[in-house]
Design a protein around this ligand. Structure first.
Ligand SMILES: Cc1cc2nc3c(=O)[nH]c(=O)nc-3n(C[C@H](O)[C@H](O)[C@H](O)COP(=O)(O)OP(=O)(O)OC[C@H]3O[C@@H](n4cnc5c(N)ncnc54)[C@H](O)[C@@H]3O)c2cc1C
Length: 387
């Protein structure tokens, strides 16, 4: 067994650790950092999107090498509402992510190496090699934890080349005019080029059951209805994202190796998206002029605790969405949300709602029975406890 010592060892070259490694390189260039992943490319198989207001202008600047597409806005479709929103939307592909990390990090990136054992000051790889570090940060993706009670956003996506241009100018973030069955069901479409679309069949649901064959069929039928002529299937992707209903933050963090990204619970509670929090955390950890690797674990902890507190209103909304009313009527809650002013919608996705926004979101005739909604806010069914 051989051993080598680093200042910071980042486990998992996914979104959160990839952004953190880049910012460490840019802001703390003298550090010895190593980013390890068991995959053959950094970032896995993803298309990560984010809203314009999710990031500040400095973050837009440093994240721009990763960004493959930018749209000036998007649209949503519901049974009683069609709306165009002039809120910018951007997309990072894992292919580009991998290319940028390779060119920026060079020998700081170690791929095709599985971490089999992780201790506070060293890890063991499947090859038997030991890597030592002053600080080890775990970014190996979401891990179920009984301290969080969650529901799910499930989706299956296909990237298609079409035989004719599709004419779609903007993403359709939610097309909920599709059949609703025991969940909030919508189709999400990104126009990646005039003849290429990413189409995702998506469900907000209580369980993790997604029949891939049904999703493929739904995408095919949906594309047909839109008049899109699918020609070549380029790629498929599949996601199970946690939607937090409630939880015990202290228990979640107990005995925890310093971690980032989904593993640290750093995702938007209502969408399961994590680009924005990953970028903010990377900045928060690297900007300090008194930086030392030993400070990272406590900085991460305080960042995550603050995020958890900020998200309490979102968790309450999630409980209203998932625990009140019939699952196949959930679209009404989202349709009502999309009638709000654009700036409230932007702040919602950015996780920066104001008190006035809270009032606005909750006011008006509720789309679910009031008593059930109130009950949902204060109660939780144990069957939704994540194991
Ligand atoms: C298909 C999909 C699409 C998504 N789309 C969006 C989106 O549009 N916008 C958004 O904000 N969020 C999106 N998300 C949610 C979330 O942002 C992503 O899951 C994001 O990748 C999470 O980042 P992470 O760094 O926590 O984990 P990941 O990016 O999943 O990275 C974890 C890494 O750890 C590696 N790893 C795991 N185990 C080991 C091991 N034992 N040894 C070595 N390496 C290991 C994996 O190979 C992986 O590269 C999406 C999620 C999925 C699954």
């Amino acid at each position: 067994m051989t051993s080598q010592k680093y200042d910071v060892l980042l486990l998992g070259a996914g979104l959160a650790n990839g952004l953190l490694a880049l910012r460490l390189k840019q802001c703390q260039p003298n550090l010895q950092v190593l980013l390890v992943d068991d995959n053959t490319q950094a970032g896995g198989n993803h298309t990560w999107c984010f809203h314009e207001d999710d990031l500040n202008s400095q973050q837009h600047h440093w994240i721009s090498p990763f960004v493959v597409h930018r749209w000036p806005g998007y649209e949503v479709r519901f049974p009683h509402l069609m709306r165009q929103l002039d809120l910018g939307y951007s997309c990072i592909t894992s292919t580009r992510f991998n290319e940028v990390l390779h060119s920026e990090l060079n020998e700081m990136l170690l791929l095709n190496q599985t971490v089999v054992c992780c201790m506070p000051d060293h890890v063991q790889l499947a090859s038997g090699k030991i890597l030592q570090a002053r600080v080890i940060i775990d970014g190996r993706g979401y891990q179920p934890n009984s301290a969080l009670q969650i529901a799910f956003q499930l989706f299956f996506g296909q990237e298609w080349t079409l035989s004719q241009p599709h004419q779609l100018k903007r993403p359709i973030l939610m097309d909920a005019t599709v059949e609703q069955k025991r969940s909030y069901h919508f189709v999400y479409t990104l126009p990646l080029s005039p003849t290429c679309l990413l189409i995702e069949d998506t469900y907000y649901t209580d369980d993790t059951l997604l029949v891939i064959e049904h999703a493929r069929e739904n995408i095919f039928n949906y594309a047909n209805r839109q008049g899109w002529q699918l020609k070549i299937l380029e790629r498929e992707e599949h996601g199970i994202l946690p939607i937090t209903l409630t939880g015990d933050f202290d228990r979640f963090w107990q005995h925890r190796q310093p971690c980032v990204g989904m593993r640290a619970g750093l995702f938007h509670p209502t969408t399961g998206y994590s680009v924005s929090l990953a970028a903010f955390l990377a900045d928060a950890l690297t900007a300090d002029c008194t930086f030392s690797p030993e400070m990272l674990p406590s900085q991460i902890y305080y960042f995550a605790r603050l995020a958890w507190r900020h998200h309490c209103f979102f968790r309450m909304l999630n409980r209203m969405l998932f625990l009140s009313g019939n699952a196949d009527q959930r679209w009404q809650v989202i349709q009502k949300f999309y009638r709000l002013p654009q700036e409230v919608i932007a702040r919602f996705y950015a996780g920066k709602l104001t008190l006035a926004d809270w009032v606005r979101i909750l006011s008006g005739k509720p789309p679910v029975p009031v008593l059930t909604a109130i009950h949902a806010i204060f109660t939780l069914s144990s069957r939704r406890r994540a194991s």
